[in-house]
Design a protein around this ligand. Structure first.
Ligand code: C2E
Ligand code: MG
Ligand code: MG
Length: 662
């Protein structure tokens, strides 16, 4: 340079087989730099990083640190391997023998939930321990197997080993008692196996697989067959037929290395995949490359719109994990969580990780300082809301400790706490998903539960997890009944929304929601909650009544005489209101002189009674108070229909305040 441009320099360095570590920098813009970086990497150069100008000393320092001679350096490992490979060319005969003598073995790389970090399954990856060359990676021997007619034998060998391991691993996990670790559901762990494009036309291999599933007692749904994008798309018509047959047998199908092939969206939509795996070349570079992030985002949104599970492989750093979680990626696989592990190392890994997750969960719970704290109106109001919405005799917000389920808020005849081991919530917590038991007596697992057999004789349970800010599950929102009942999808959605409302309260200071004068919910809380309640009510299909109470002739002001009077009248009215409408689902001070009450499933008798109680309580107050401290108020009411969508503001407008109530 400057006779050559940067791209030419890169080409020249590659031609000379340069071993130098290279940092590419320019002011030309991130996308061009990215492209230059990829060209260089494709030419086999060792690119340490890309540094768009202007750059900070810290980012340069960071890259230079990565160039230090003792920095772990994948390229040198592969150089070393290549040097040996040059001396020993693999012969097909050796591979054939390796397959026959079980010299191939399988490693298992965990896949975890992007959101919670919980283990979701494994990918089986083949390894070959060669007597002279040591461990040979699959990228070298899979092509050898494919070109020498050995691939089916290899696939069957890998599957046999993987399925035997999976059976013993999940059995061990099922019967494991480990109170200090969050452990996944052994019956739901998936096992992914890579299938070569060449095996796709060999249906015998899939017959064998079906047989093996019953031999090892593995549900076909737990098995994921990974096909690379190119292999699946080579002959779309044939693929469609074959893949559909595999799906019909119950296997799940995954499209591996997505983003590297040329499949069109149309082809993808047509083929019956259940999972899409974002190619690791994008994921590994996500932290540095805006372009990679854009590709990942578009794959994730494509997968989401098709309702597929989206797995990102090649996650090596936390920034990338956070990025993936934020854009809605489902599962994560990469060195950040675990390298591919020999079968025997998986359980110790899981124990350490599970203990870490439980530790993190408990730490988030402790940070909230809610355990064993007094009851609070903001949570109690949500629990009452649950009762009203679902017409439930019991509901609760439970926090889950090491051993107990402690109720921060509860209604009905619930005890203050129950043992975690015998709670229904353990199920919701460990699986981190909402669960419904329509009739506890009909489920073997729960029929003998002490809470079913003894008081409160629970027959129905619905629970939704409540997450802390770091996404760990710290508790549940629970509905309970002593009768079996149906629970619609809409109701479940409403319950999940209630759990999210609880989550939103966790980090809010209680004072932020309350009006300091009246101790009712304040304007902000009213504006937040009333629309939420209206939405939930319309989801569940129940009507509501909105009351607006306006206190008249107030002159609220600073600390003068009029201000003091107004304060007195307002607090007196708020107290009376709360007493007379004790069972209302929401009560808040909306304006200086306005209060809003919301009633779910209004009942004429109850309303007339409340209105009468309010009128007489105000009269009684006025009789004993000085004339200038008498309460005068107006009441306006608006009703909603069960299936309508209502805006808070339009209901406020409809609540006619023209008639004086007293
Ligand atoms: P793949 O199916 O896409 O597997 C993922 C590869 O990414 C694995 O490489 C894994 O070790 C690697 N990987 C995972 N996380 C990270 C990470 O954070 N950083 C980096 N740099 N790499 C990561 P591996 O085991 O070398 O396998 C390479 C490929 O060989 C596999 O790609 C798969 O296509 C093929 N393969 C492996 N086992 C089998 C097999 O039993 N049958 C067939 N047909 N192909 C196999
Ligand atoms: Mg794979
Ligand atoms: Mg892949």
């Amino acid at each position: 340079m400057p006779e050559m441009d940067g791209v030419e320099v890169i080409a020249e360095l590659a031609r000379r087989n340069s071993q130098a570590k290279i940092i590419i920098t320019s002011g030309i813009g991130g996308r061009v730099l990215d492209a230059a970086g990829r060209t260089a990497a494709e030419r086999g150069l060792h690119i340490v990083g890309i540094l768009p100008k202007p750059f900070t000393p810290a980012s340069l320092r960071d890259l230079l640190a990565r160039c230090a001679p003792d920095a772990i350096d994948g390229k040198h490992v592969s150089d070393f391997r290549e040097a040996h490979a040059a001396n020993h060319k693999l012969a097909p005969r050796e591979l054939e023998e390796a397959i026959a003598t079980h010299a191939l073995h399988v490693c298992y790389q965990p896949k975890v939930s992007c959101k919670t970090g919980m283990l979701s399954g494994f990918e089986a990856l083949a390894r070959w321990t060669h007597p002279q060359r040591g461990i040979i990676p699959p990228d070298e021997f899979i092509p050898l197997a494919e070109t020498n007619g050995l691939i089916d034998a290899l696939t069957i060998e890998v599957m046999t080993q993987a399925m035997a391991w999976y059976r013993s691993f999940s059995t061990e996990l099922k019967y494991l008692e480990h109170p200090d670790a969050v452990l996944p559901d052994a019956d739901r762990l998936s096992l992914s196996v890579n299938i070569s494009a060449l095996s796709l036309s060999n249906t015998q291999i899939f017959d064998k697989l079906t047989l093996m599933c019953s031999e090892y007692d593995i549900e076909p749904e737990n098995l994921i067959l990974e096909l690379t994008e190119t292999s699946a798309m080579e002959d779309p018509v044939l693929s469609l037929e074959l893949l559909t047959r595999l799906r019909l047998r119950g296997f799940r199908l995954s499209i591996d290395d997505f983003g590297t092939g040329y499949s069109s969206m149309v082809q993808l939509v047509k083929l019956p995949f259940s999972e899409i795996k974002v190619d690791k070349s994008f994921v590994i570079t996500a932290r540095e490359s805006e372009e990679s992030r854009a590709v990942i985002k578009s794959i994730v949104s494509l997968g989401m719109s098709l309702g597929l599970i989206i797995t990102a492989e090649g996650i090596e750093d936390e920034d990338t994990q956070v990025f993936l979680r934020n854009i809605g990626c489902t599962l994560a696989q990469g060195y950040l969580f675990a390298h591919p592990l020999p079968g025997d190392d998986v359980m110790p890994w899981l124990m350490t990780r599970g203990a870490g997750l439980e530790h993190r969960r408990l730490r988030s719970l402790t940070t909230l300082s809610l355990l064993d704290s007094p009851s609070e109106q903001r949570f109690d109001a949500l629990i009452r809301l649950a009762n009203g919405l679902f017409d439930m005799p019991m509901s609760a917000f439970a926090l889950v400790d090491t051993e107990r389920l402690w109720f921060k808020s509860r209604t009905g005849s619930m005890p203050p706490a129950v043992l975690r081991a015998s709670s229904f919530c353990n199920y919701t917590i460990e699986r981190n998903c909402s669960s419904v038991i329509n009739d506890t007596l009909a489920e073997k697992e729960f029929a003998r539960n002490p809470l079913v057999v003894n008081a409160p004789h629970i027959r129905f349970y619905a629970g939704s997890p409540v997450h802390a800010a770091d996404d760990s599950v710290i508790g549940t929102m629970i509905l309970l009944d002593t009768r079996p009942r149906d629970f619609s999808d809409m109701e479940l959605e409403a319950l999940q929304k209630l759990a999210v409302m609880v989550e939103k309260e966790l980090y809010v200071h209680p004072d932020e929601r309350m009006d300091s004068t009246t101790r009712l919910f304040n304007h902000q809380a009213t504006e937040l909650r009333v629309p939420q309640v209206l939405e939930l009510a319309s989801l569940v299909g129940v009507p509501c009544t909105l009351h607006v109470f306006e206190v008249l002739n107030l002159e609220p002001g600073p600390n003068n005489e009029a201000g003091k009077k107004a304060h007195y009248v307002l607090t007196a009215f708020a107290r009376i209101l709360a007493e007379c409408h004790g069972d209302i689902d929401f009560l808040g001070r909306f304006d200086t002189d306005k209060f809003v009450g919301l009633l779910i499933r209004p009942n004429d008798k109850q309303e007339t009674l409340a209105r009468w109680k309010l009128t007489s309580a105000v009269l009684a107050h006025n009789q004993s108070a000085l004339p200038e401290l008498a309460i005068q108020y107006r009441l306006g009411t608006a009703h909603t229909q069960p299936d309508g969508n209502y805006h808070f503001q339009s209901l406020l407008d409809r609540a006619d305040l023209s008639r004086p109530a007293l």
